[in-house]
Design a protein around this ligand. Structure first.
Ligand code: NAP
Length: 539
């Protein structure tokens, strides 16, 4: 018998060090990407102890005999990974830490309270004496866990519990609702901290550069994701759900999230924390078919095994695979072979005319969004130069994200990231800028799942410690009182950890009233009112 990792894996890898027989793979060194979208347990080595399942922050690990029906396939998927990549016993040490430092000798600002910033906070808060200031533009923490992870993936959101010890520690202060560049500058941050770590993500959608891309009805998938997740920047958007077909360009996991949300029954969505305005609109949606357009073939598909497999369990939805290139080839890696096997199974399933459909179209490149005053369809080209127009009133481009420049910090506008060496920010001259670091998507681009940010942050923090030990972070900086008085002059409505707890409680309470996990506040004014009403009650 064995334990089995399933779809929900966030790749945070908390399970890896607790496994007494070291049978969870792949394992990356700090800052390395392993190329897979999840972890696997070798069934031949697993001793059924269950330590991994207890440690998993998102409950993705099951005992073989207790696998829910929709996850049974993962028994085979875990085993197949090791057929392709036999277990070798060479795990790199991780989670190593630094000795405590003298109070006041290291003050670190982290900008961005998404998963990458929170993992950086975790790595630093382990060390006695480090003072951490965590800044976030919104009054709410957790970045993409709150505003990116699809609402039907509620268990993934539980990953935030791994940040609790750091975020509630006495050595960390949360400065929510404070924007660097608007409220205080990069230079002012440096004047009050020995080191600054930018963990600001990559919030801008990549563009396709095709005619008609910005016609009404053609949107970035990120706007749709932000809308259904109640992100204050996106809550006001409107999407035309009045036609039967929507088209998504790109076939990464974001495309699959969006397709699921578009086709999931409103009663199912109601069980989640999807924003109320989105639930209302989707309840009236006429969309019955989502076409997912990929410029390459099924072998190169960007979606992950677990997310692709899960589509097959969507009630009332058929999966149509428009490709005859589904046979494995020697040299395919484990995940590619599994994705092809799943695609073959989908292709052979009988379809029901009354069902909704997700259609995967491969080797199909977008060349124009057609329409006079609004989107009427997508012109695509196929191998051999054949073109075709797919009629649709809603087109979502899901082709990845790029970062936005940070005032005072170099930026590589080609790749959309801050130039860096393992997390050390490089200046225009290509040399490290003392005391400035990056982590997460602004460091490595929009690749990887939530837990990928853990080893990414640990790598950046390790660079910071190397610089600290080399005596490169000894500038005289303003203390916490000086920072507090600067913020008091600049920020009208600062929100601290307690303030976020008030927003969280208000949302959960609204949820309880309608039997939902939470009903999100999507407007900054309402969030700040929740903070105020809590502090008034407390005083
Ligand atoms: P992604 O995985 O990088 O996928 C981007 C897609 O856009 C690919 O299919 C890519 O095709 C296509 N594309 C790029 N440029 C294009 C162009 N000019 N024309 C046509 N197609 C183009 O990006 P993502 O879906 O935004 O996801 C970002 C990261 O978040 C990924 O690491 C993903 O796994 C992660 N994520 C994970 C989950 C989850 O675990 N549930 C959910 C959401 C996101 P090519 O491959 O041909 O370039």
């Amino acid at each position: 018998m064995t334990f089995v990792i399933t779809q929900n894996c966030c790749k945070d890898a908390s399970c890896v060090p607790v496994c007494p027989v070291d049978c969870i793979r792949p394992v990356a060194g700090a800052g390395e990407l392993t190329g897979t979208e999840m972890l696997y347990i070798d069934p031949a080595t697993c001793i059924d102890c269950g330590a991994c399942a207890e440690e998993c922050p998102v409950d993705a690990i099951y005992y073989e005999e207790e696998l829910p029906a929709e996850f049974e396939r993962f028994l085979d998927i875990n085993a197949r990974y090791f057929e392709h990549t036999p277990l070798t016993m060479e795990v790199q040490a991780r989670g190593d830490t630094h000795a405590a430092v003298a109070p006041g000798s290291l003050r670190v600002a982290i900008v961005g309270a998404g998963p990458s910033g929170c993992y950086a906070a975790n790595a630093l808060a382990r060390v006695g004496g480090v003072e951490i200031a965590l800044f976030e533009r919104l009054p709410t923490p957790f970045g993409l866990v709150r505003a990116g992870v699809a609402p039907d993936h509620q268990r993934t959101k539980a990953v935030v519990e791994v940040f609790d010890p750091a975020l509630t520690s006495r050595t960390l202060r949360c400065h929510l609702n404070v924007a660097i560049g608007r409220d205080i500058t990069h230079e002012e941050l440096l004047a009050h901290h020995h080191a600054v770590i930018y963990a600001v993500g990559a919030s801008q959608s990549r563009e396709l550069g095709i005619p008609g891309e910005h016609l009404p009805g053609s949107h970035a998938a990120a706007d749709f994701v932000g809308w259904y997740n109640g992100h204050p920047d996106h809550a006001h958007h409107g999407f035309d759900l009045s036609a039967q077909r929507a088209v998504i360009i790109g076939n990464g996991n974001v495309a699959l999230d969006v397709a699921r949300v578009l086709l999931t029954a409103p009663d199912e969505l109601r069980q989640t924390d999807i924003a109320e305005h989105a639930l209302d609109s989707l309840s009236d949606s006429m969309i019955r078919e989502v076409q997912i357009i990929a410029r390459r073939g099924p072998r190169e598909a960007a979606y992950s095994v677990g997310e692709f497999l899960a589509l097959g369990h969507l009630p009332g939805v058929d999966i149509v695979i428009d490709s005859d290139d589904l046979e494995p080839q020697p040299g395919d890696d484990a995940e590619t072979a599994i994705k092809l096997a799943i695609a073959r199974e989908f292709a052979q399933r009988p379809q029901q005319p009354e069902n909704k459909r997700i259609v995967f179209r491969f080797l199909t490149s977008p060349i124009e969004v057609v329409g006079d005053t609004r989107t009427e369809g997508l012109r695509v080209t196929r191998p051999g130069g054949e073109t075709d127009v797919i009629a649709a009133r809603l087109i979502l481009r899901s082709v990845g994200y790029r970062g936005t420049p940070i005032d005072g910090v170099a930026f590589d506008s080609n790749s959309g990231v801050v130039p860096n060496d393992g997390g050390r920010v490089l200046g225009e001259d290509g040399l490290p800028v003392p005391g400035v670091y990056v982590t997460g998507w602004i460091k490595r681009g929009s690749r990887g799942v939530i837990g990928t940010n853990r080893s990414c942050a640990e790598q950046s923090v390790r660079k910071l410690w190397e610089d600290f030990d080399a005596g490169a972070l000894t500038r005289v900086v303003g203390d916490q009182d000086a920072l507090t008085s600067l913020l008091a002059q600049r920020v009208r409505e600062p929100v601290d950890w307690q303030g976020w707890c008030a927003i969280d409680a208000a949302e959960r309470q609204r949820g309880e009233q309608v039997d939902r996990p939470r009903v999100k506040l999507v407007d900054l004014t309402d969030m700040l009112a929740a903070v105020m009403s809590d502090s008034t009650t407390a005083s």
